[in-house]
Write a protein that binds this ligand. Structure first.
Ligand code: NAP
Length: 255
């Protein structure tokens, strides 16, 4: 299948790389600096050309640029799947312009680049076959979740889209702690990445409490670290940061 990706920026490039494993991509941006060297990815500034020549369209422009794009492509999307990764813009707003398209909203993250995004989608009234088509296409970007409501999808802006930045900060804290204790930055980064990876894998199979208890010796080193984390309200600090990011969603939606 040929897929148009309108908005070949940070997220668009990550999604293009993922989808190019199986599909031909025509990606667009406003200014063309250089030709794409990536196999199966053509880059152009012509949105109408990209959409006319594709069976499916993915929107990855910033919210402020979306209306202009929708206006440019609205005559060429009849019966086509249009998947919008644009934050904050509601399904009905897009549908009101792309009346003939099968419109879906999705949210993921730059992990798509390595097939490891967490990509959620929200769609209303599609047949089973189309739903499967959406699921299969998005599966190329990573793990896929079908959101039960548009509100749940909006929350994924933070819990998937922004989350890599939060996790990167946690890893950075590990690296600096390593440096403070005499490990070189390369080794503390290597250890932190490995531990974040294995912890994620283990937590797919066991509870958080179970894992913590399993590695915490009475009066040992781990409990010393855990108590200090409590003293600094580390968990609350992280929770509060994420909640503040979520609160910002409604400010964007209002404005
Ligand atoms: N970045 C993330 O990790 C992430 C995660 C989840 C969701 N999102 C969502 O994805 C969207 C894009 O974010 P981003 O960070 O990838 O932004 P970005 O890096 O600024 O990319 C936006 C791209 O859209 C292109 N563009 C703008 N107007 C256009 C037009 N009229 N026709 C064709 N292309 C146009 C820009 O072209 P030029 O390069 O030529 O200016 C740019 O390449 C946003 O809605 C954001 O909420 C992003």
């Amino acid at each position: 299948m040929r897929v148009a990706i309108i908005g070949y920026g940070n997220l668009g490039r990550a999604i293009a790389k993922a989808l190019a494993k199986k599909h031909e991509i025509i990606a667009t941006k406003r200014e063309l600096n250089a030709k794409s060297k990536l196999k199966r990815i053509e880059v152009t500034t012509n949105n109408a050309y990209a959409v006319k020549n594709s069976e499916c369209v993915i929107l990855t422009v910033k919210p402020k640029d979306l209306m202009l794009v929708l206006d440019e492509i609205k005559d060429y999307v009849s019966n086509k799947l249009v998947i919008s990764f644009v934050a904050f813009v509601k399904l009905h707003e897009i549908k009101s312009i792309l009346k003939q398209a099968k419109v879906v909203r999705a949210m993921g993250n730059v992990g798509a680049e390595i097939g490891k995004s967490f990509t959620a989608y929200y769609v209303e009234y599609v047949d089973e076959e189309t739903d499967k088509e959406i699921f299969n296409l998005l599966s190329l970007t990573g793990e896929v979740h079908k959101a039960k409501s548009e509100e749940e999808l909006d929350l994924m802006t933070i819990f998937s889209g922004s989350a890599p930045a939060f996790i990167a900060k946690l890893i950075d804290a590990f690296i600096y702690a390593g440096l403070k204790c005499g490990l070189n930055a390369e080794l503390s980064k290597k250890a932190a990445l490995s531990v974040f990876n294995s912890t994620s894998e283990l937590l797919r199979k066991e509870s958080i409490d179970g894992l913590i208890k399993r590695i915490t010796t009475p009066a040992g080193t781990t409990i010393e670290g855990l108590v200090t984390m409590e003293k600094h309200s580390v968990e609350f600090g992280i929770m509060d940061s994420i909640v503040k990011a979520v609160e910002k969603i409604s400010k964007f939606k209002k404005g």
